[in-house]
Design a protein around this ligand. Structure first.
Ligand code: FES
Ligand code: FES
Length: 173
């Protein structure tokens, strides 16, 4: 890990993750992505570029879509974070997860958690988006595999079904 991220003393930081209170003892400048993956064991958010360019580390923080590779964990204190692990309800997948499966929106899967969270964010704001809305809403998330059309189709399908079915319990949006 970069030394600038582990300078100073560790501190306790508390925040909610997927609706559950969490407390971690970490360096304040550690990346939220690393804390989620290594301290909390939530490996859904992926590291692609590590520079804020690819969106594979996307999560929701207080309802905003953020690249967790760019967020010092200190900034997450007191916030409410949603990761891909928080979307399913028991064995019941979120409507977007179902539609990505059905439409072939996931291949290698590296971009998929970030894509789905970007789509959740989009559909919260625009429940019935146009194709252009989807292109724009997912423009911060890169996919090397699918050519995007299956992903866009999956978002349209989830919108058709009503994606809010099992999201509101954790996002409170
Ligand atoms: Fe965070 Fe690419 S890993 S934007
Ligand atoms: Fe492989 Fe998108 S499915 S990068």
């Amino acid at each position: 890990m970069n030394n600038s991220r582990t300078s100073g003393a560790k501190i306790d930081i508390s925040f909610a993750v997927n609706g559950e209170p969490k407390s971690v003892h970490v360096y304040p400048m550690e990346r939220l992505l690393d804390v989620l993956r290594f301290d909390l064991g939530l490996t859904g958010a992926k590291e692609g570029c590590g520079e804020g360019e690819c969106g594979s580390c996307s999560i929701l923080m207080d309802g905003l879509l953020v690249n967790s590779c760019l967020v010092p964990v200190l900034q997450a204190g007191g916030s409410s974070v949603v990761t891909i692990e928080g979307l399913a309800s028991g064995d019941t997948l979120h409507a977007l997860q179902e539609s990505f499966l059905q439409c072939g929106g996931a291949q290698c899967g590296i971009c998929t958690p970030g894509m789905i969270l970007a789509a959740v964010h989009l559909l919260e704001k625009q429940p019935q988006p146009t194709l252009e809305d989807i292109r724009e809403g997912l423009s911060g998330n890169l996919c090397r595999c699918t050519g995007y059309m299956q992903i866009f189709a999956a978002v349209l399908e989830a919108a058709r079904r009503g994606h809010l079915r099992n999201t509101s319990r954790i996002t409170n949006l």
